[in-house]
Structures are given as C-alpha cells and as structure tokens.
Design a protein around this ligand. Structure first.
Ligand code: ZN
Length: 233
C-alpha cells in the first residue's frame, strides 16, 4: 500500500492542493497528516476542511493546539502569535472543536506518527541533534517513526546515518513541510512510503507561491510570512 505522509500545511491552501493532486497522481491510497494544519498561513479553514476530507489519520500540532488555547502563546515566536491571533478570528467553531479533539500520536499500519517527537509529543520539543534523535528511538516500537515540526526533511537511522534510507532498518523520518518549507527549497514537501516494499521517498511539488503570499498580505499577516515562502526558509 502506498502511504503519503504530509505535515505542517500551515494554512497554505495552494501548496496543499498541489500536494493532494500529486498524491492522487501517484495513486497513494492512504494519507496521514502529522499536524500544524493551521498557523502562519491565510487559509486555515480551507486546509482543515481538505485534511478532514482526505486524510485517514490527522494529528495535532503545536499551532493547532495554540489556536484552540491548549498551548500558551508564550511558546510561539511573534510571527506565530500574530498568525494564531488572526486565525482565531476566522476559524469556525466546528473546525476549532475538531482541532481540539486530535491526538498527539498514532500508530496506524505498524508506523509511529508524531508531530514533534515520539518521546514527549505534547512538549513540542525539536529533534535537532543526533543525541535527541537517538533518545527518541527508545520511545517507539515500530520500524519507522514519521515526524514533522522542524519543516526540514531528514532521515535518521538508528545507527546514526543521515539521509541514507535502507528499507527494513529503523528510521526517524521527518517528512518536511507542505506549506512552509525551511530547507532552502520553496517547493512543498511530503513523504511517500510503500508498505509492501518498505521503500521511502521524499516528494517535492511546485505551487503558486505568489498566490499564497498575496493572500498573506491581504489578510494583514506579517510580511515576513509571505517573504519566507519564496526562499523556503
Ligand atoms: Zn509547523
């Protein structure tokens, strides 16, 4: 079975639509979403609606949690806070209730899913060092654990190799971000896993950055949130 793993959409409807189109073209039957469907971007309701419609599992990210008031706003940088405050004025009660009910982790099909880390999924810590990665291997029992949160795609093996994927070996895989990539490549990112062969690949998809940037400006969100999309930073 082909499984698409998407994360960190951040209200970027144009990026999400292109990613869903690509997933359909690749004939992936299942989609898992690792959270942060809202925050930063100008289309939170539209993105929540699409995720609800298309994804088989949806997790809660820190921005989803911040929006519904479960994570204090001091935990966010000021761009994050501005966007959450703006989102609160537009997101429907139904979508807020939905985001509130989402789980922090899931284990569908023998895969572990978490937004930030499998070890402390509700603490929103970032896996930025090898040491942090190694500690997290003891926090899941499956061969693979998929995460998001840093917006930087990376594959870390239990042995400590980076970006050298080997089917069947244990890995922590960050699938990157659909709506706000930060690895210097502005194209939307998501992961594609084939559960029958164990193969994994990172897929990149171009979308109309200009359109999202214009909507960010029209919504009165910080200019930086528009600018960073062009650079993928
Ligand atoms: Zn995020």
């Amino acid at each position: 079975m082909l499984i698409a793993v998407i994360s960190d959409i951040h209200g970027n409807l144009q990026a999400l639509q292109e990613v869903l189109r690509k997933i359909e073209e690749l004939k992936a039957e299942t989609i898992y979403c690792l959270g942060d469907t809202v925050g930063y971007g100008p289309f939170p309701n539209e993105c929540v609606d699409l995720v609800r419609k298309h994804c088989n599992v949806v997790l809660k990210g820190n921005h989803d949690s911040g929006l519904v008031g479960d994570t204090p706003l001091d935990d966010f940088n000021h761009y994050g806070v501005s966007a959450i405050q703006w989102s609160r004025t537009v997101v429907t009660k139904e979508n807020c209730d939905y985001l509130h009910t989402l789980p922090f982790t899931a284990e569908p099909n023998g895969l572990t899913l978490a937004h930030s880390s499998p070890m402390r999924p509700d603490a929103w810590s970032y896996i930025l060092t090898m040491r942090a990665a190694q500690e997290n291997f003891s926090a899941f029992n499956t061969t693979l654990c998929f995460i998001g949160h840093t917006h930087v795609p990376i594959i870390i093996s239990e042995e400590g190799s980076i970006n050298k994927y080997k089917a069947g070996a244990r890995h922590l895989i960050n699938v990157g971000s659909v709506g706000q990539p930060r690895d210097g490549n502005p194209d939307a990112a998501f992961g594609l896993f084939d559960s029958s062969t164990g193969d994994y690949s990172l897929i990149r998809v171009q979308y109309e950055v200009q359109k999202t940037a214009r909507a960010i400006r029209d919504a009165g969100l910080p200019e930086f949130l528009a600018q960073r999309l062009f650079q993928g930073t």
